[in-house]
Write a protein that binds this ligand. Sequence first.
Ligand code: NA7
Length: 540
Amino acid sequence: MSASAVQSAAANVCDAVVVGAGFAGLYQVHRLQQAGYRVRAFEKGSDVGGTWYWNRYPGARCDIESICYSYSFDEALQREWRWPQRYAEQPDILRYLQHVAERFDLRQHFAFNTAIESAHYDETSQRWLVRTSTGETISTQFFIMATGCLSKPLEPKFKGLESFTGEQYQTSRWPHAGVDFTGKRVGIIGTGSSSIQSTPIIAKQAAQLMVFQRTPQFAIPAWNRELTDEEMRTAQESYAELRRLMRQSEVGIDYESPTIGAKEADAESLQKQLEYAWNRGGYLMLAAYPDLLTDLESNKIVSDWVKEKIRARIKDPEVARKLMPEYPLGAKRLCVDTNYFETFNRDNVTLVDLRESGIDGFTAQGIRLENGTEYALDAVIFATGFDAMTGALLSVDIRGKGGLTLREKWQNGTRNYLGVSVAGFPNFFTITGPGSPSVLYNMTASIEQNVDFVSNTIDHLRDHHYASIEAQPREELAWTKYVDWISKQTIYTKVKSWYNGENVNGKPAGFMPYAGGGLTYFEFVRQAVDEGYRGFTLAS
Ligand code: NA7
């Protein structure tokens, strides 16, 4: 064998394959590299960033305050990074992840522009054979999907789309060079977070903007602003305490809420507390009272109050009526906005309510509704969402013991143990998979917790000379039932949403994230580990 052939054969055998170069993949690679494992990592995009690499639409920013939306694993990193704004915008978060990749020398492990096509478990060698889009096959002991929860966009499927002669964009695949809509008639389909963030900015540029709304959404003002040097310095100096407080909350951010529910509060204290929560802004509105996500009566009190606030932002009462959400606050992912509702006061913005008449399809010139109304467009933007939580996992042909595919295993709904491990799929881990708090928790913090669990588990196997670990079917079933049961104690299951998989035709419905809160989840994981990996089978 030539020297280069030996080298490439060695590269094709490793301890761990990590898929994805977002927050999860970067930290996972860092942990494995630090512990001395041979790691290969793959990313479809041309560089690091994950969600923040792809979602470059105007106005894209995090909906958790920047100071909390960052890694906690390295004190020096925390102290040196300066967030310019209260809610960081996409370019700043991308810069942060690029900085992390450089600081910890992570790019060396990644092959970019490379997708993973399949991963098959070989029971004889107890190894995974992973095939890439570039034709490589890698043999690895551990296979880790760090592919994110909202990373597989839904492909726009509209009658006649191929005949449309205007420009087409998708918020989740935005051109890196940006888009200039000056003088154009633009249509945006969808009113989720991506649309709510981009609509106000595009409206200022385009000649006309038509917003095609199927479901009106709740959005709470972000009250975004520059962070002062003083605020940033205070945060940098007190990160240890801030992280401790974040870990005490069920959602991984630092907030205080009253001990009583909204329905128990008297009128005066209710008004005071809701104004306080509104002025705190954004996602923290849900922390106004502790029972908003579990008690429909309390939720209605707050939902109605928020609707009045929204109504006051819109001049035309008829437009306001159409923009009014009809589901409990927070049951669909709460959006955080800057001037979204005010944008509908502009003369160049039209709200098209698809509940009155749905989209029939596209013509060469634009969109035609079922009632025959036509909207001429120079460009259309699809802000139509993702195949959430499972989309990226199931787009890889993953096969465990006996050749069972993950798709077959999950054909009636997701099933795993603690959101990270699947029975019949040894040494396969998902970071923030279904069954973990993931999107109901501060994503960066839930990623760190999952990565720490996976990394510590791999160390445990190495130190105790085990070849593999996998969830036990009985524990997996119990966890899956528990995740389902706990979701039914909340308001999340009262509405169709991507949390439930109901935004994707043919996807088995079922609430995917663990809704019991971070504190209990972390305790479940800690207890399982402390009791010698209870619920897992460790094999030599
Ligand atoms: P979302 O929140 O899933 O929003 C997608 C939007 O697109 C939502 O308003 C959908 O309406 C709408 N949609 C989807 N398909 C259609 C069709 N065919 N016709 C009309 N309207 C449609 O995705 P985002 O990208 O905005 O946000 C995802 C997450 O990223 C967000 O929650 C934050 O966590 C960050 P629907 O509500 O299904 O009626």
